[in-house]
Ligand binder design. Structure first.
Ligand SMILES: Cc1ncc(COP(=O)(O)O)c(C=O)c1O
Length: 394
């Protein structure tokens, strides 16, 4: 049927999310009886801590847990986020005004954008980068300006080159360290330069920080930099390092003056988060440091298997990268990551994410998620080895 009602023009600016389309294709292949190994999407396959699940169940059984909740989250959750930021990043936040719990950090990207951007504004977006920064900016009517991340600069932007351009219309710059998809970590010197740049250019920097505890020896917050609260916000999430992606719990931290407009927008979008989820999130944030160590032992063992798979595919990678993925440069005989991904999916039913979905600077790369058991990577490696034996790659 051709619908007789047209959609809003803003929707014409964005396409369906790549993974939404890809998962449909994988489901179709599975329905045809093909055993597809999906090494693409970063959705943790492990459970949250027992204490987290117990807290959810206990709270869900209470008769006073089911009402609408505050737009700013329960005070216990804001306090738990504040304690977590102090314990791990040495950042003091006022739980009453400087923390906003979110239904996942992805919705925070939308709320921040809707609160600050409109047609005529410009937004600096990393290329490669998490696709939502771009699509959400476009939905607001703002103009996206890519800034390139390249391997030779350790996937950090060239701030001097940016400062030499006319940035007078730029309102927001999205940054994401530890970086997805490249696995690059920032250092304090870069964060200091970033805050100085933001002050000079009068740009709001938003650091998206969901991977900070995964395979990363040095968790950092941009808000730890002196003066950061004047020009920066930070998003964080329980999706990745607490295995709670489907629960939808994230947070936004920053100065009360920057958060207030976001609360105003958000309070018109949703009516608070289910209380048992918030109560359980408090428990998750109170997991002992050994929680992260245990998780990282698992990811480290998986990553070894992924390195073997990438060696077989003749890809190059930085073995010191951090986060929940491995980012790897493809060999020259593939035109781009899409060709590698399509060829491997077609021949072996192993799905690997092409780096180009994160922007043109990712074209020569692929990304493998660590969210599968080691035996899945071993099976993928066996399949690819058999295929390679029949048909050498180069
Ligand atoms: C860089 C980055 N930011 C944000 C998100 C969204 O996280 P959440 O589950 O908290 O919405 C993701 C999820 O894949 C991500 O990779």
């Amino acid at each position: 049927m051709t619908p007789i009602i047209s959609t809003a023009s803003r929707l014409g600016n964005v396409e369906e999310y790549y993974f939404s389309t890809k998962l449909k294709q994988i489901a179709r292949l599975r329905a045809e009886g093909k055993n597809v190994l999906n090494l693409g999407i970063g959705s943790p396959d492990l459970p949250p801590s027992e204490a987290t699940i117990d807290a959810l169940l206990e709270s869900a059984r209470r008769s006073d847990s089911h009402a609408y909740q505050s737009y700013q989250g329960i005070p216990e959750l804001r306090r738990a986020f504040a304690d977590w930021y102090w314990q791990y990043f040495g950042v003091r936040l006022n739980p009453d005004h400087e923390i906003l719990p979110l239904i996942g950090s992805k919705e925070g990207i939308m709320h921040i954008s809707m609160s600050y951007l409109e047609a005529g504004d410009e937004v600096l977006v990393p290329n490669p980068g998490y696709p939502t920064y771009r699509s959400v900016s476009l939905l607001t009517g703002a103009t996206v300006r890519d800034y390139d991340l390249i391997e030779a600069r350790h996937w950090q932007p060239d701030l001097d080159a940016l400062a030499a351009q006319d940035l007078s219309k730029v309102k927001i710059m999205w940054v994401n360290y530890p970086n997805m998809p490249t696995g690059a970590q920032a250092d304090k010197g870069f964060f200091k330069d970033l805050i100085a740049f933001a002050k000079q250019q009068q740009i709001l920097i938003v650091n998206d920080n969901p991977y900070t505890f995964i395979l990363n020896e040095n968790p950092m917050s941009l808000l730890d930099i002196p003066g950061a609260m004047d020009v920066a916000l930070e998003l964080n999430s329980l999706s990745k390092a607490h295995n709670m992606a489907g629960w939808r719990v994230g947070m936004l931290a920053g100065a009360a003056e920057y958060l207030e407009p976001v609360v105003r927008f958000k309070s018109n979008m949703d009516s608070g988060m289910f209380k048992p989820i918030q109560v359980a999130a408090v428990k998750a944030l109170q997991n002992p440091p050994s929680w992260y160590e245990g998780l990282n032992d698992i990811y480290r063992a998986r990553r070894k298997e992924v390195f073997k798979l990438l060696d077989l595919l003749e890809c190059n990678y930085d073995s010191a990268q951090v986060g929940m993925f491995v980012w790897a440069k493809i060999p020259d005989y593939y035109a781009d990551g899409y060709s590698l991904s399509d060829a491997i999916l077609d021949a072996t039913q192993v799905f690997i994410t092409p780096g180009g979905i994160f922007g043109t600077q990712g074209n020569g790369y692929v990304r493998v998620s660590l969210c599968s058991e080691a035996k899945v990577f071993q099976e993928a490696t066996t399949r690819i080895a058999s295929y390679k034996a029949l048909q050498p790659f180069s």
